[in-house]
Design a protein around this ligand. Structure first.
Ligand SMILES: [Cu+2]
Length: 83
């Protein structure tokens, strides 16, 4: 499981957030928990495989927004018994 944080320039409102969320869902087939914040200028999602940074950059550029930074972190699934 990987958590990807995208820094995106150009989001101004909730419509922009929805637009970016759609782009992520269309391009990252296993994306989950997709969420964007125009006030922070970031989008976050989780996926089983590490996201393809070049592909995301291209897909987001086509929408008129700019992907300025990508951070991919590996996330350990929580195991029962650790709670
Ligand atoms: Cu907007």
């Amino acid at each position: 499981m990987y958590k990807t944080t995208l820094k995106i320039d150009g989001m101004m409102c909730g419509m922009c957030e929805a637009h970016i969320n759609d782009v992520i869902r269309k391009n990252v087939k296993d994306a989950r928990k997709v969420s964007s914040s125009h006030s922070k200028g970031i989008s976050v999602f989780e996926s089983e495989a590490p996201a393809d940074e070049a592909m995301l950059r291209e897909a987001i550029a086509q929408t008129g927004y700019e992907l300025t930074d990508v951070k991919v972190e590996e996330v350990q699934k929580k195991k029962w018994g650790l709670f």
